[in-house]
Design a binder for this molecule. Structure first.
Ligand code: NAI
Length: 470
């Protein structure tokens, strides 16, 4: 097996950035260069004051520990490719917006362009690693492209090494992963390439957590893992609707179910619905794959996980309107949290966007506060969510605030859309004093102490519990 000394990562996003920064930190003998087409993104990674393009707890310290030593960020993609013996492809693979498979299939254009660039630039043999989440058998297309375009004497071994980090806990997930999965062809060359990459991880990951499997199993495992995680959330959210109608309490039900060691307690928190760039996209990808394989029942099964999530978001929005005497027109609503979950600034597929989109249609006035999402990102997302109206019309209805206190002032309702810890620590007595009465709180994340808020005087509505009963 080749001893890896230089790594290039194509794509300096949420995955490529943290993953390869941690490799650089843990492997001081390996030079790691992370490249991206986006100049602003690379500039931010290189910024003197460490204003990195993504927020992730602990990330700044990792970058501080090795940037300029054996970790480099650059827009010179060709140079990065030429120098490396191992290349991670960590570019975005969003859901296709048009053409065949629109709305379901993964858009592999970025993966293909990166692959073609590797083929045309490489002057020596490379190990090419799929880090992006891709449909099953993408490695085969990559190999065909690489072999058809390579220079004489260059061979390419392709590995699948999907990333299982979760945003918000990326650094601790990377430091102590549950497992690292590496898929390769079961040829001698494939197994050797697999060993080379396993060697890199073994600098800090125990060998028994480095799983080596076939290429197609590896690709499918990533889709399967995300589908099963999201399915747990949709299952518990489906039960939350039953709780609201019966008087059962979803936290108690989930707790009781999770005590079963076969089920386990994690990932059983009811909420306004899952978000993030991956769950929905990867399940739709699995649905598309199932349909392409003529397995309509399988496709329908997984599609329901996404459908239920949409239902949950809509249902929560409707419950808010119903509770506020069937109209929120002209009413001021404070939306606390805009990121798709706590401890990240990422807003992709955030439930907050769906809620605010619906509040806009109801002609409410909306105050938004999020501790990490930049103002410009909020406007971009709302503009995209409501392509039918102009941004200045949206800005007449929506204000972005600098604190939770400011967002709640004079509001008639507060909606918890993201489970930021700081929302637990708000001075709720003071907030109550500044609100119109009755003062409503809608907890979409089961974050707050409903009994304490009710005691102050709030009318509290929580996912998975009947209205106003504590
Ligand atoms: P991202 O959008 O944050 O980053 C992708 C980056 O690739 C962008 O900065 C883009 O400019 C760059 N890029 C695209 N084509 C390029 C090219 N030809 N040359 C150089 N740079 C190029 O995406 P993110 O979130 O990092 O996701 C990347 C992949 O990882 C996706 O396939 C995703 O499904 C997967 N993934 C994401 C996770 C997450 O939590 N965000 C977790 C696990 C996997």
């Amino acid at each position: 097996p080749v001893q890896v000394t230089k790594i290039c990562c194509i794509g300096a996003g949420y995955v490529g950035g943290p993953t390869c920064a941690v490799i650089a930190l843990k492997c001081p003998h390996i030079q790691v260069t992370i490249v991206d087409l986006s100049q602003p993104r690379i500039d931010a990674w290189n910024s003197e004051d460490f204003e990195l393009p993504i927020y992730e707890p602990g990330l700044v310290d990792v970058v501080k520990g090795c940037r300029g030593r054996n970790l480099f960020f650059s827009t010179d993609v060709d140079k990065g490719i030429k120098e490396a013996d191992l290349i991670f492809v960590s570019v975005n693979t969003p859901t296709k917006k048009s053409g065949v498979g629109a709305g379901y299939a993964a858009d592999l254009n970025y993966v293909e362009l990166a692959t073609r660039q590797i083929a045309s630039v490489a002057e020596s043999s490379k190990i090419v690693v799929e880090k992006s989440t891709v449909p099953c058998r993408t490695a085969e297309s990559m190999r065909t492209i690489l072999e058809a375009n390579s220079k004489p004497g260059c061979r390419f071994d392709i590995l699948s090494n999907p990333e299982f980090l979760a945003e918000g806990t990326a650094i601790s997930d990377l430091f102590t992963p549950d497992r690292v999965l590496i898929g390769s062809l079961q040829t001698q060359e494939g197994k050797d390439a697999c060993q080379s990459l396993a060697e890199v991880y073994s600098n800090w990951v125990p060998r028994e957590r480095i799983l080596t499997v076939g290429l197609w199993s590896s690709e499918l495992s990533k889709l399967a893992a995300n589908a099963m995680l999201a399915q747990r959330i949709s299952s518990v959210n489906a039960l939350s609707a039953i709780c609201e109608a019966t008087g059962a309490n979803i936290d108690e039900v989930a707790g009781a179910v999770g005590f079963d060691s076969r089920v386990g307690p994690k990932f059983l928190k009811a909420s306004v619905g899952f978000g993030g760039s991956c769950f929905q996209k990867d399940i739709l990808n699995l649905v598309y794959l199932s349909e392409s394989l003529h397995l309509p029942e399988v496709a329908a099964y997984w599609r329901q996980v996404v459908d239920l999530n949409e239902y949950q978001k809509r249902r929560f929005g409707k419950r808010i309107v119903d509770t506020m005497f069937n109209t929120i027109t002209g009413k001021r609503i404070a939306v606390l949290g805009f990121a798709f979950k706590a401890d990240t600034g990422d807003t992709r597929e955030s439930a907050a966007i769906t809620l605010i989109r619906d509040f806009l249609s109801e002609r409410a006035r909306i105050n938004v506060y999020d501790p990490k999402v930049p103002e410009s990102q909020i406007w971009l997302d709302l503009e995209e969510a409501r392509p039918d109206i102009k941004l200045d019309a949206i800005q007449k209805q929506v204000s972005i605030c600098q604190s939770a206190m400011e967002a709640c002032a004079d509001a008639e309702a507060i909606v918890i859309a993201t489970e930021w810890k700081e929302f637990k620590e708000i001075d709720w007595e003071a907030v109550y004093a500044n609100m119109k009465k009755p003062a409503f709180v809608f907890d979409g994340r089961l974050l707050l102490d409903a009994a304490a808020l009710t005691k102050i005087g709030f009318k509290v509505t929580t996912i998975g519990r009947p209205s106003h009963i504590v």
